[in-house]
Design a protein around this ligand. Structure first.
Ligand SMILES: *[C@@H]1O[C@H](CO)[C@@H](O)[C@H](O)[C@H]1NC(C)=O
Ligand SMILES: *[C@@H]1O[C@H](CO)[C@@H](O)[C@H](O)[C@H]1NC(C)=O
Ligand SMILES: *[C@@H]1O[C@H](CO)[C@@H](O)[C@H](O)[C@H]1NC(C)=O
Ligand SMILES: *[C@@H]1O[C@H](CO)[C@@H](O)[C@H](O)[C@H]1NC(C)=O
Ligand SMILES: [Ca+2]
Length: 366
């Protein structure tokens, strides 16, 4: 090996480039010097035995290697990964990454913290697992914020702390989320109703004669809404069989003009949409002479198989209708729990037609 730094090696004569521009291997352009080789050319610095190669940048100057500050590269190689703090902002709560138990609706604001031994700044990212919906981490500060959702679950997630040298340390965190228990603090169910907490709400199991979402309704006097002024029961839910003329079943609403049938096969059917408790039936006539003096009822849960509404001995219950103006009200001897109900007239003035208008009272099962 040559003993001297051979600057002369690269002092090669001009090469003419393809475009005809001159190739200058050594540029001395005050105040800078740059040494350039052509394609596949190399620049070597060799010292003799025991000799050093020195690169001494001036004050505040840097040595760059492939565009990167050599000092930074050395720093990066020597840089230690961040260290997760167990006595950080979450202090005693975070041994082993356990963040604690949180409740639905709670405003979450906790911090996770790692420190870089070299003191560079840390960025925090979620690299595995999931936060509860609506919860997020601030990359720069490690603050975990959001509103705790209404769920019963344990969330496990991995957060990576990365320093500015790209060194990182992962830590697994766990948090327990508890949904609302809407029954625990105050029982929303009135009249001894039994409360059950559900995912987004609560459910009351009411004790008769109460019903409604909070057992607030007295079913015996709560209209199911057939009557013309309420119409909770829509026209599509009221159908007739063997209807007379244009006195359609949709007119069978108390306060309306009434339905009229042809004979004892005629009936009006109401589909309450779901299991419904019927406590009371009110009936008026359709018009003078067009009345029903007695009727009975059939019921069905599926709309296919109908059963007579009977007393507990199995006899079909016949109810008195209304032969004149006014309303005949019957509180049923036993609550009829059904989805479909049919009302059959059995007696009327045979010179005319059977007719009636209805309201029923009870509670929908929500
Ligand atoms: C080196 O940098 C420091 C801080 O920027 C500055 O105060 C100082 O004047 C610089 N020295 C030289 C020789 O430029
Ligand atoms: C009917 O009631 C049952 C039991 O409460 C419920 O699961 C179902 O969703 C209800 N159906 C309708 C159409 O409301
Ligand atoms: C239902 O009641 C009607 C009227 O009382 C009666 O004619 C019919 O036979 C009864 N049906 C059943 C299955 O008991
Ligand atoms: C039925 O109507 C006819 C004709 O209007 C009347 O003569 C008769 O008295 C009525 N019958 C009853 C039971 O009201
Ligand atoms: Ca570091």
């Amino acid at each position: 090996m040559a003993a001297l730094v051979k600057w002369s090696l690269i002092l090669i004569s001009m090469i003419i480039a393809a475009n005809g521009a001159s190739y200058d291997p050594l540029k001395i352009q005050q105040p800078s010097i740059s040494v350039v080789t052509e394609l596949n050319g190399y620049i070597g610095l060799s010292s003799g035995d025991n000799g050093d190669v020195r690169v001494d940048p001036g004050v505040n100057g840097s040595v760059f290697l492939d565009g990167e500050d050599l000092l930074y590269i050395i720093e990066m190689i020597e840089s230690q990964p961040p260290v997760w703090q167990t006595d950080g902002p979450v202090s005693g709560q975070t041994p082993y990454g356990y963040l604690g138990e949180f409740h639905a609706g709670q405003k979450l604001n906790i911090g996770v913290s790692a420190v870089d031994p070299e003191g560079t700044s840390i960025s925090y990212t979620l690299v595995a697992g999931d936060f509860p919906p609506g919860v997020k981490i601030n990359q720069a500060t490690g603050s975990v914020t959001g509103i705790i959702p209404d769920a019963d679950a344990t969330y496990s997630f991995t957060i990576r702390a990365t320093d500015t040298h790209g060194k990182f340390a992962d830590n697994v965190f766990k948090m327990v989320v508890r949904g609302y228990d809407r029954c625990s603090t105050s029982n929303p169910c009135q009249h001894e109703g039994i409360c059950t907490d559900t995912m987004e709400s609560f459910k009351c199991d009411c004790i008769r004669p109460y019903g409604g979402t909070t057992c607030n309704l007295a079913c015996g006097s709560n209209p199911l809404g057939i009557q013309a002024s309420l119409r909770y029961v829509t026209d599509a839910q009221i159908t007739g069989y063997n209807t007379y003329s244009s006195y359609y079943a949709t007119n069978a609403r108390l306060g309306g003009s009434g339905w009229r049938g042809e004979d004892s096969t005629s009936y009006v059917q109401i589909d309450f949409g779901n299991l419904t408790d019927i406590y009371r039936v009110d009936m008026s006539y359709s018009a003078s002479n067009y009345y029903t003096s007695y009727y009975f009822m059939e019921y069905s849960l599926d709309g296919n198989y109908f059963y007579n509404y009977t007393d507990f001995t199995g006899n079909t219950i016949r109810l008195r209708g209304m032969t004149s103006s006014g309303v005949r009200s019957h509180t049923l001897p036993s609550v009829l729990s059904t989805r479909y109900v049919r009302v059959y007239p059995t007696d009327w003035n045979k010179s005319y037609r059977p007719g009636f208008a209805l309201e029923m009272y009870g509670c929908y099962n929500y």
